[in-house]
Design a protein around this ligand. Structure first.
Ligand code: SAM
Length: 197
């Protein structure tokens, strides 16, 4: 029953790759946001959290190449995600089936909330950060998933997002960005207020 086919046909709930506390934290920080981007959608469980809580007048951009399916034509992961996200409210959903670095090459919209949960290699997380953070609005927020160790959790110090967040936000005091909250493996960052950097 783990195969996304079973989620697509409705025989099991979505496999959320995040905890309930993370789900609630995503809902809290995305509340009222109008331009929301998720990198790494999988079955769409976190996309549902974003869609449910963001402004219904906004747009949710979902970036995932869905390249891991063994039978690309059937691609049940993509089907399960589309089914899950399309069943809740009518916020505008924009599916972008491509790698995040490809999408970033032509991206030109401001972003209120960005969730980075795609390629977990440290260099890829760094590229997502470099490519996407210039588009974040003044009070906008970026959330990194799998970026922190927590009691009973699955992350380790070698995880790419953990290494990246530790290096950039915990060791570099000169960064104009600061961690504002951490919930299980999720780390939320925002620009420091002017004068406090
Ligand atoms: C950990 S899962 C995402 C889980 C999802 N956010 C959730 O909480 O339910 C990672 C996803 O990232 C996608 N992915 C991998 N590399 C990517 C990239 N460079 N750009 C965008 N998505 C990527 C994979 O196809 C996979 O679906």
């Amino acid at each position: 029953m783990k195969h996304p086919f079973f989620a697509w046909v409705g025989l099991r709930p979505l496999i959320a790759q995040h905890t309930e506390a993370e789900h609630c934290a995503l809902e809290k920080y995305v509340r009222g946001c109008k331009s929301v981007v998720e990198i790494g959608v999988a079955e769409g469980a976190s996309a549902v959290a974003l869609k449910t809580s963001m402004s219904p007048e906004g747009a949710l951009y979902l970036v995932d190449p869905f390249h891991l399916s063994r039978v690309r034509m059937l691609n049940f992961l993509r089907r399960a995600a589309r089914r899950a996200v399309s069943t809740k409210r009518d916020t505008r959903i924009v599916w972008i089936e491509a790698f995040s670095h490809e999408v970033a090459a032509t991206w030109n919209r401001p972003i209120d909330f960005l969730l980075i949960d795609g390629d977990h290699r440290e260099a890829a997380v760094e590229q997502d950060w470099n490519d996407w953070h210039p588009h974040i609005t003044e009070n906008g927020i970026i959330a990194f998933h799998d970026a922190r160790l927590f009691q009973g959790g699955w992350t380790s110090p070698e995880y790419g997002p953990v290494r990246f967040v530790d290096r950039v936000f915990r060791s570099e005091n000169s960064s104009p960005w600061a961690v504002i909250e951490e919930v299980d493996s999720l780390v939320f960052v925002r620009r420091k207020e002017r004068g406090s950097a």
